[in-house]
Design a protein around this ligand. Structure first.
Ligand code: TRP
Length: 334
């Protein structure tokens, strides 16, 4: 690999993604990939922390692999692999567990939220989720981790564990930094703009899925809830319009001011149509390309195979170092 800084990120193959996930993750990944030695993972082990249907998980994993590729992740340039294909992730998790305290995990916001949501399945994996995520990141001596704001606490833990391990056993891990896209890309529900856009919303009109076709996208934006008044300006009193402006800016890379100027004097109807068309122009081709790639499972398997081999080499170096530092006797070879 060239002498660039290392970037690592991952997405869970746990179902359809929304344009919020696209803006918060995939769009940034594509933009950043050539400036770094980039490693992107499909975090399938993480999905097991909530109940999955095995057949659906398999399907979702292929879907996500195809989506990564359709969004412009170049499998030659970047390393694209499935987390469970590289055993070092589970192995380093065990070692990091021995330098992590239960209190650090039980006070995680996401653990508390998910424990309430999945009351009947508060398992050890759910609690240990951030340690597995720390292993993901630290195995690659990562410099930069593009993540959404909701993962900030988890990244903080990865940093803490790296520092703690280094202090106890000597310099081993690089301490990673977070990268938060410039449009904090907090995309809100199209139906209730004071709530985050969520793929699990029972109102299908509230979110745009990466699987929505052009007409569906435009129709959903036409139906998006707006606010009283008629000016197209961002303000706390206008959460609906503000959200649509945010989405428009994120998709066009325009500033808020530019967008407000562009729509000055226009009606809500025209504005919503313009936002819908703009989003559809980006998302619909990605969907078509993803479906095209999905038809060639062999191709996807070959990409993931070479990704796993490259990831394994990189991760293996760190894991070997860790095992040595903590005093595990290396297995004799040959
Ligand atoms: N927990 C992340 C999410 O749900 C996904 C993830 C797993 C991840 N491992 C990671 C993100 C490592 C960044 C780095 O969004």
């Amino acid at each position: 690999m060239e002498d660039k800084k290392i970037l690592f990120s991952a997405i869970q193959p746990s179902g359809i993604l929304t344009i919020g996930n696209y803006l918060g993750a995939l769009k940034n990944f594509r933009k950043l990939q050539s400036d770094y030695n980039s490693v992107f993972s499909l975090a399938d082990l993480h999905t097991l922390t909530v109940r999955q249907d095995p057949a659906v998980l398999r399907k979702n994993t292929y879907e996500l692999a195809a989506l990564y590729l359709a969004c412009g992740i170049d499998p030659e340039e970047s390393v694209l692999f499935v987390q469970s294909h590289v055993a070092a992730h589970a192995e380093l998790t065990w070692i990091l567990n021995t330098v992590c305290y239960p209190g650090e995990l039980s006070r995680m916001t996401q653990f508390k939220d998910k424990s309430l949501k999945h009351e009947d399945n508060v398992n050890m994996g759910l609690m240990d989720y951030p340690v597995l995520m720390a292993a993901d990141i630290l195995l690659y001596q990562t410099d930069l981790v593009p993540i959404g704001a909701d993962q900030k606490q988890h990244l903080e833990l990865a940093r803490d564990l790296a520092i703690r391990f280094n202090n106890r056993y000597g310099e081993t891990f690089r301490v990673p930094e977070g990268y938060f896209g410039k449009t904090a890309a907090r995309v809100m529900s199209l139906a209730e703009p004071d709530r985050k856009m969520s793929k699990s919303d029972s109102n299908l009109n509230a979110f745009i899925s990466m699987n929505d076709d052009r007409d569906t996208i435009i129709r959903k934006f036409k139906r998006a809830v707006t606010d009283s008044g008629s000016s197209i300006t961002a303000s706390p009193e206008k959460p609906g319009i503000t959200n649509l402006l945010t989405v428009y800016c994120a998709f066009t890379d325009k500033s808020l001011k530019e967008a407000e100027d562009e729509f000055e004097g226009k009606g809500y109807g025209d504005f919503k149509l313009a936002v819908g068309e703009t989003v559809a122009d980006v998302i619909d081709p990605i969907r078509l390309e993803k479906n095209r790639i999905l038809e060639d499972k062999q191709y996807i398997d070959s990409v993931l195979k070479s990704g796993a081999e490259r990831a394994e080499r990189l991760a293996g170096r760190t894991l070997a170092k860790v095992y040595k530092k903590v005093g595990l006797v290396p297995r004799a070879r040959g």
